[in-house]
Write a protein that binds this ligand. Sequence first.
Ligand SMILES: *Cc1c(COP(=O)(O)O)cnc(C)c1O
Length: 429
Amino acid sequence: MRYYSTRNDLEAVNFAAAALRGLASDGGLFVPEEIPCYRPAVISSLLSMDFFDIAFETIRPFVHPEIPDSALKDMVSSAFTFPVPVVPVSNRFVMELFHGPTAAFKDFGARFMARAFSYLRRGETKPLKILVATSGDTGGAVASGFLGVEGITVTVLYPKGRVSPLQEKQIAGLGGNVSALAVEGSFDDCQRLVKLAFSNKNIRTKFDMSSANSINIARLIPQTVYYTFGAAAFVKSRNKNPVFCVPSGNFGNLTAGLYAMMMGAPADRFVAATNINKTFPDYLESGAYEARLSEATISNAMDVGAPSNFERMKAHWTLEEMRRLILSVFITDDETRSTIKDVHEKYGYSLDPHGAVGWTAVDKLDKKKLLPAERAVILETAHPAKFAEVVEPLTGPVPLPPQLAEADRRNAVFTAIPADINALVDVLQ
Ligand SMILES: *Cc1c(COP(=O)(O)O)cnc(C)c1O
């Protein structure tokens, strides 16, 4: 498969270059030259395929030939080591994407990307350093994804005292090839330092560097897999195609879902559910795209006013096509809180604030007769225990799942540095 930049369709690169570079040289995002289709034999046997078979068939055309079949099989079986339950709750389904090591769906992308990087750089003698700035969640998923991967070291920068104690342990408790820097400053300072490090000659001569950020195509492609898997599970049970409801921030997850549908996954439509950062629902309604500053909400992983994957969506689909494929709704914090409480009371199911945005969006569309809730599969993107401070006052205690309890027992080991590029350069050398 060849990839080109969203800002220039002349310069095509292969999967290896698109993944390792992350961003095109003109600042655009890499998109596949065409979205592949499943082979007819795959479509006809989808309902009997397991997660690994679906993962292999889904990812293969995107990475062929740079990742050969045998290597890809190893990658998917070592990356996706946790279940993806599609469970009925009330009159709809919830697809639980939080059973990975950091209890959020970002594990799918981070774990696959780590293995892809390692394979694509085999034989390389210069070490690769991944630098990530995080406000909390992404750092943990990337650190965990790359833990123990040979030839690659990870340095996570986070704002000291501004992540939760559990998040700090997820970032700074791993050891091995992962190191943690607690920056005396804000998340913006962390991001600024990462950018400065990328242009620092002393560092660049020692290491190859990559940022592993969320717009990397190697993080997006593995996310297509669970849509096809979830669609097959829904068809088996309801004999109809589902509509996926995706709690969205940067719209990488939704874009991956659209790829799955274009490939031939039996899905009918998508719901893009946002919090009050409603740039996308406003765009579908008015036809005018207006990025804005983000506002803080209780579903904070979706606090994005300028969704970075919008550029990718625009490269593939017109406004009219997006209106056909996607319904979009925004939800307030008050509505999210009352959903968390109601769903727990009525059905004994604990939603996290992001999944609750999705649930509420389905309720709204059902009331307006735009989408019967019976057709919906809501993506639950994180475990509610990750957002205990929001969820517990509404539902009572939420026990930590095993992987978070394990992280909670670790000791955070980090180096504190001032928000100063010279301090970062010293530590990295
Ligand atoms: C990152 C994240 C989202 C948003 O996903 P996008 O791909 O950025 O739209 C939603 N929920 C949780 C828990 C997340 O961590």
